[in-house]
Design a protein around this ligand. Structure first.
Ligand SMILES: *Cc1c(COP(=O)(O)O)cnc(C)c1O
Length: 379
């Protein structure tokens, strides 16, 4: 976390039902609109990314309708599970499109499902950057086909794309874009964010039955947001600190932030290629790179790089579509991370792999490949 953000977190608490705090909410909403690329309503919700996405699922689905949920990883599977959890209450037909882990969401299969189920479809839920598989999907294309079906809203899990690479909500025609505080947004865990466009806001107005939830009822949040307020006690410190983190990003410019993410990713891929590693994804996400462990190296690598070099690697995950625990590891390029940190991380990985007996890894050539890629990208 940036030191400026940590400092903001340490400030004394002010009361949240005050003009001073409403000014914080208003300022943050303005910044988040720029980060998400929307002129719509933006909500900061206590909880995590899952809380925010779940609220969009339960409040935007029309009772008695069909919802399409696309999964090729752990998080897409979670959104399917959440629709299942509410299906009886909301009388939903849940159409699940499953695609192989490490592959992008299949645009043509989504198109076919939209045509097959026609006007009964009220929502399509997709993951932009499937962090569990380090895979990016073509949300722009999915938004374009969804727009051919006026009844269908597009809900996008942008939890590791927003603030890391381009996901312009209004330009692409996304109805609801969700992210969370602890990924690219440079904050501790504890907040989820939702951008709601005009069609999503109309949907909230049009559904007259209360959703199966109270604190996650988006109508309460939208009503409060219109008055720069929060329906329930907000995490004051987090909201104030997010304002500081957003200011840092906006000062650099979102394009520059996206370019840094892309540079770190390209450099990491170059280093992994130099090490002879196989990437986990056929459509790598700019915000996270996953690779299979080479022969002779197991998941113990992560404890090695942590204990020897103080570098944290994410492991693989298990889901319905695949079991990747112990098979892959993942490196983040989002948020408060730079060339020096990434280079040090790659050096740690290569060193520990070499020490484990993997002949392909050599820290010097891995770092040289990273440096060459980064300086080529910097022009
Ligand atoms: C982390 C993550 C989530 C879950 O967010 P939480 O804040 O842990 O609830 C969902 N989707 C993606 C793509 C993620 O990376």
């Amino acid at each position: 976390m940036p030191p400026q953000v940590l400092e903001a977190l340490a400030e004394p608490i002010i009361h949240h039902r005050t003009a001073a705090f409403r000014a914080v909410i208003a300022e943050l909403a303005g910044q988040l609109r720029q980060v998400l690329g929307t002129s719509g309503t933006v909500i900061s919700m206590a909880g995590s990314g899952t809380t925010a996405f779940e609220s969009s699922q339960l409040c935007l689905a029309k009772p008695g309708s069909t919802v399409i949920a696309v999964a090729g990883g752990k998080f897409g599977e979670r959104w399917q599970d959440i629709y299942d959890a509410y299906a009886a209450f909301l009388n939903l037909k849940v159409v699940k499109i499953d695609h192989p882990w490490g592959q992008p969401a299949p645009v043509d299969a989504i198109d076919r499902a939209l045509q097959e189920h026609g006007e009964s479809v009220s929502c399509v839920a997709v993951v932009h950057s499937e962090t569990s598989t380090a895979t990016a999907s073509d949300v722009q294309a999915i938004a374009a086909i969804t727009r051919n079906h006026p009844s269908a809203l597009l809900l996008v899990d942008g939890i590791t794309s927003v603030g890391a690479f381009a996901c312009p909500m209004d330009d692409w025609g996304i109805d609801c874009l969700v992210t969370g505080s602890q990924k690219a947004m440079m904050l501790p865990p504890g907040l989820g964010y939702l951008g709601l466009g005009p069609r999503a806001l109309q949907r909230l107005e049009a559904i007259d039955a209360p959703p199966p939830g109270y604190a996650m009822n988006l109508r309460k949040w939208v009503k409060a947001a219109a008055k720069d307020d929060s329906p329930f006690t907000p995490p004051v410190s987090l909201l104030r600190a997010q304002r500081v983190a957003c200011a840092m990003m906006l000062e650099q410019g979102m394009t520059a932030v996206h370019q840094r993410t892309a540079r770190l990713q390209a450099g990491t891929v170059a280093a992994f290629e130099a090490m002879g590693l196989k990437l986990a994804s056929a459509s790598p996400s700019p915000s996270v790179t996953g690779a299979y462990y080479p022969d002779g190296v197991d998941d113990g690598l992560r404890a090695q790089v942590r204990d020897r070099f103080d570098v944290h690697l994410a492991g693989g995950q298990d889901g319905r579509g695949a079991k990747w625990k112990g098979k892959v590891f993942r490196v983040s390029h989002m948020g408060y991370v730079d060339e020096a940190m990434t280079r040090a991380g790659l050096e740690a990985i290569a060193t520990c792999m070499a020490d484990a007996g993997y002949a392909g890894a050599d820290a010097k050539s891995a770092v040289a490949a990273f440096d060459a890629s980064v300086s080529a990208a910097a022009g």
